[in-house]
Write a protein that binds this ligand. Structure first.
Ligand SMILES: C[S@@+](CC[C@H](N)C(=O)[O-])C[C@H]1O[C@@H](n2cnc3c(N)ncnc32)[C@H](O)[C@@H]1O
Length: 207
């Protein structure tokens, strides 16, 4: 992320959008808070505001949260200081949860992507890693920025994102079943610029 995007992501406006719009919408799409005792992973946790939402609103009992940027993880550590014991924070790449958290296949009840997968050059590898880390029946909750938004002059002027192979909402939703993730609900906003949704990891034994 460049400095402008970092400032935007860490702004009160971003936190308000996340708290008052995105999280209520994602809770509806996910069918409500997680079952008691749920363990979650959050990729690209940034300053940890979403991590708080996962604990308080989605009611996960524990969250493993990862971000590539050490300065963001340091912010998250400060924000979540009162949640020690329920949050494990780490600097690392979302495409490899095993090296960082030792996450075996089927470790998590829920996985959260608050606007990060569009930053990953091999975004399909991130989807595959999320699917691998989820238990059968686990939920993947996502809030993404699509190729439509990234192609806008304002986005190109202000922010820096990988340019090759970005996804539309349709392409992102089509990728999920390839990794055993069945979409349970999704919608786009602002003419397809943003995609919010939820998907469940299928149980291979149940077909
Ligand atoms: C647009 S910010 C979103 C931050 C936060 N989730 C939010 O909604 O405010 C994207 C975040 O993803 C992180 N990131 C980018 N690529 C990553 C990767 N491969 N693995 C983990 N985090 C990554 C960035 O450092 C940044 O903090």
């Amino acid at each position: 992320m460049n400095r402008i995007e970092k400032a935007a992501v860490n702004s009160p406006a971003r936190r308000a959008l996340q708290r008052f719009y995105e999280v209520p919408a994602l809770l509806r799409l996910a069918g409500g808070p997680l079952p008691p005792g749920s363990r979650a992973v959050e990729i690209g946790c940034g300053s940890g505001y979403g991590t708080r939402m996962i604990l308080d609103r989605f009611r996960a009992v524990r969250v493993d949260a990862i971000d590539l940027d050490p300065t963001m993880v340091a912010r998250a550590r400060r924000r979540l200081a009162d949640r020690q014991g329920r949050v494990r924070l780490a600097v690392g790449d979302a495409t490899d949860l095993t090296s960082v958290f030792g996450a075996e296949d089927g470790t998590y009840d829920a996985a959260f992507d608050f606007a990060i997968i569009h930053h990953i050059p091999d975004w399909r590898a991130a989807v595959a890693e999320i699917a691998r880390g989820l238990k059968p029946g686990g939920v993947f909750v996502f809030d993404e920025v699509t190729a439509h938004a990234l192609a806008r002059p304002s986005y190109r002027l202000l922010f820096e994102h990988p340019e090759h192979d970005r996804f539309t909402a349709k392409e992102f939703l089509a990728e999920l079943p390839r990794h055993g993730l069945a979409v349970t609900g999704a919608f786009t906003r602002i003419n397809g610029d943003y995609l919010l949704g939820a998907a469940r990891k299928q149980d291979p034994d149940r077909g």
